[in-house]
Design a binder for this molecule. Structure first.
Ligand SMILES: [Zn+2]
Length: 318
């Protein structure tokens, strides 16, 4: 039976059909526009249309369970979507509505958790027991994978390191708190830091180029990234102590995060005298979302249920 994964984004919905014996490549990948301004029912309809297209294109039947990567998360307490930037999804029973519209069991996880799951099972973190996947871009998301399973958490927020507080920082965050990691080391925050020092409105890749040529404010911006990333990750290592951290998103492209100096920045804050954690670049590129969604549907349930036995990790070849 093939695996179906759907990555529900703000502008497009991508679907993939994957052979579980060769999970590192898709049998077919298709996309349709989300058109979320046309409302919730239209988005559901687009997904139903996409699943029909995947069946015809791949020559397979939809499986009994389909995995969905979503912006925002289904609150485990209420069953309602929350924290989605596609606002029409918030407050809706997305998981149930998708299941009913498609005649399948729908499993959902937010896009950062899908990224973490895909990189842990098929990508850079393959073979490690505990993997943290970070999306460090315009915002800071993250997911924790233990033994091939994403930790969802009581509130659905496990791995949300971007809203941990940072020492001495006070910038207000959209979440209602201040001084969150996201307000300090997201791409947006680093661009703001540079702008405050120079009056110049540059995108992060340009700031990286200027730092390489020795420009002082650009170098200060990247030094701040390294030091604050070390502090933020030390808090995460103290709790989860992962084997590997895979750093996705635009900021994750910056080479200095993988230098020894970053490990030293972590060491200044972590509760240990050495840091052996691997910091890894993602291996799956923009495929991680849709592959992670498909892997949600593999094996037993992806989330713990009260009284249930712990699910086994999905089997994989190699
Ligand atoms: Zn916040």
């Amino acid at each position: 039976m093939s695996l179906y994964g759907i990555d529900l984004g703000g502008t497009k919905i991508e679907g993939a059909v994957i052979d579980p014996k060769r999970p590192d490549r898709a049998l077919c990948r298709l996309r349709v526009p989300t058109e979320s301004r046309r409302g919730y029912d239209h988005v559901i309809g687009q997904i139903v249309r996409l699943v029909g297209m995947l069946e015809r294109e791949s020559g397979t039947r939809r499986p009994a369970c389909i995995g969905f990567g979503t912006p925002g998360v289904v609150d485990p307490g209420t069953g309602l979507m929350k924290n989605s930037n596609s606002l029409c999804l918030n407050g809706r029973r997305l998981r149930e509505d998708l299941g009913a519209a498609l005649g399948v069991e729908a499993r959902t996880a937010n896009d950062a958790n899908c990224f973490a799951l895909a990189e842990a099972l098929l990508g850079a973190g393959r073979g490690r027991g505990v993997v943290v996947g970070l999306i460090l871009g315009t915002g800071c998301g993250g997911g924790v994978v233990v033994g091939g399973r994403v930790l969802e958490g009581l509130h659905g927020i496990a791995g949300e390191w971007g809203h941990n507080p940072m020492r001495g920082e006070r910038t207000p965050c959209y979440c209602g708190h201040a001084g969150c990691v996201e307000t300090v080391i997201s791409g947006t925050a680093l661009e703001r830091y540079y702008r405050e020092r120079t009056g110049r409105d540059l995108r992060l890749p340009e700031i990286v180029v200027r730092a390489a040529s020795g420009e002082r404010p650009a170098r200060q911006t990247l030094r701040r990234l390294q030091a604050k990333f070390g502090e933020a990750i030390a808090a995460l290592i103290n709790i989860v102590d992962p084997d590997a951290v895979v750093i996705g998103g635009g900021v994750g492209n910056i080479g200095l995060l993988y230098e020894d100096a970053t490990r030293e920045a972590v060491l200044r804050h972590v509760f240990n005298t050495s840091v052996r954690t691997e910091f890894l670049r993602p291996a799956l590129g923009d495929s991680a979302g849709v592959f992670g969604a498909a892997m949600l549907s593999a094996g037993s349930r992806s989330e713990a249920r009260p009284g249930g036995s712990p699910p086994a990790p999905p089997s994989r070849s190699g």
